[in-house]
Design a protein. Structure first.
Length: 98
């Protein structure tokens, strides 16, 4: 059984990761808008590609979560297929300190 402090820490970490993912998505949208007027550099194209893949990974995870019993199934699925998580949730954040 996890203590209240551990649960608070996990919630805080996931909140930061979600914020990071939203910032990355916002940056990708700005790059897509920029691509309509100019040519993107290779680095910018790579950022857009990674972010679009992350968005595509989030849709099946959300679908599994919405199924009956999905809240129990999703952690098992993540253990079996760890690459299903978006990149912000796979990386350790520098601000993950207690």
């Amino acid at each position: 059984m996890q203590s209240i402090d551990e649960i608070k820490l996990l919630l805080h970490r996931n909140k930061l990761r979600l914020h990071q993912e939203l910032l990355q998505s916002k940056e990708a949208m700005q790059l897509i808008k920029k691509a309509t007027k100019t040519t993107l550099s290779e680095e910018e194209k790579q950022k857009v590609k990674i972010q679009l893949l992350d968005i595509c990974k989030a849709i099946p995870a959300f679908t599994v979560f919405m199924l009956p019993g999905g809240a129990l199934l999703l952690p098992l699925l993540i253990k079996l297929i760890p690459d299903i998580l978006p990149s912000a949730f796979r990386e350790d954040l520098p601000s993950d300190k207690k």
